[in-house]
Design a protein around this ligand. Sequence first.
Ligand code: C6P
Length: 421
Amino acid sequence: MTVISDIRKDGSVTSAFDIDRIRADFPILSQTVYDKPFVYLDSAASAQKPRQVIDAITRTYETEYANVHRGVHFMSQKATDTMEAAREKVRAFINAADPREVIFVRGATEGINLVASSWGRQNLTAGDEIIVSEMEHHSNIVPWQMIGEQTGAVLKVVPVDDSGMLMMDEYKKLISARTKMVAITHVSNALGTVTPIKDIIRIAHENGVPVLVDGCQAAPHMALDMQALDADFYVFSGHKIYGPSGIGVLYGKAELLEAMPPYQGGGEMIDTVTFEKTTYADLPFKYEAGTPHIAGAIALGAAVDYINAIGFDAIVAYEHDLLDYATEQLGAINSIRLIGTAPQKAGIISFLLGDVHPHDVGTILDREGIAVRTGHHCAQPIMDRFDVAATVRASFGLYNSREDVDALVAAMGRVQGIFGQ
Ligand code: C6P
């Protein structure tokens, strides 16, 4: 396990954040692509995995794998215990009051669909309003539109200013007696904006409205505290916090989850079944129909352990410095236009180079061994807001270094030369 603060023999402490040791935990980062060092700047799409997470997957399948919550046999009990220990790790990671409030889902998308469908079917009727923001990922727009089509509820959209900040005055104006849900991101995946989520929740609650927070891009970059935040629902994906894909978390307040109907029916989520009537299992299993992603949940626990061993104090300080450095270096290239310049940002820089198409930029960067994402980032409405079809997006994880930023900046200089910008 990486230890960030190393005590030297003479008692002095080495650098607070040993980036070389962290990078050594991520086997994929030592690869070359096209004979160039691999520079991975696409962690917002999916983060790379440390050896500790990879080992947890292998260990599960080699030593403690069987179906969970069903078997009386030793191996099933072992797998169940390890998976439930992972749930407890996630509970502590987000400071939820109770592990029953931690539902394992496939990812943020499934978590939002679960709430939109189960909570929405029970609570929405024609004329009701769901408040979202202009910078939501499609995963926090489309599920609400779908339940709106079934119930007659409609979306209301909080606009974003030219820097990419949520316009809080407009938000306050939108809340009314018709508002039944506020569904807003904690960090924008297209702009990197950190929203004032605590204020958003407080204002919603003053109006008696529950809040779902899309925490997909926040969970890798900041400590989360469900009890302090007072979110009603909070979702994030394991693969963005250095865990496996196919596993994620829906946090929900127990009283809300208890009141809602199940999302899917099947094994695991029942108490008793007859042809006349089925009764449902208690939380969290009521929302975990079918065999879960057992190794995924266990390895998500290992990802949480990994982050905890470094600690968010060190991660936040390091990533903040890196983002400032990258913003300064890229911003110094005169034909670069940054999209999203809010004062509070995390992990993401979106930009355009003159009138060069982002896909062309991304393709050239790729040949230099640099992985960025180009496109609308599954957030088309915010692209429309900035009147662009796509951006180049560099996004950072705790393993990125200033050398990665330097490689990007040098390569952007070459792209500039190619296109005469
Ligand atoms: N954003 C990106 O490159 P899933 O696919 O369920 O793990 O996460 C969906 C999702 C929801 N909300 C936000 C804010 C997100 O950023 C994402 C995933 C990736 O930006 C893939 S499109």
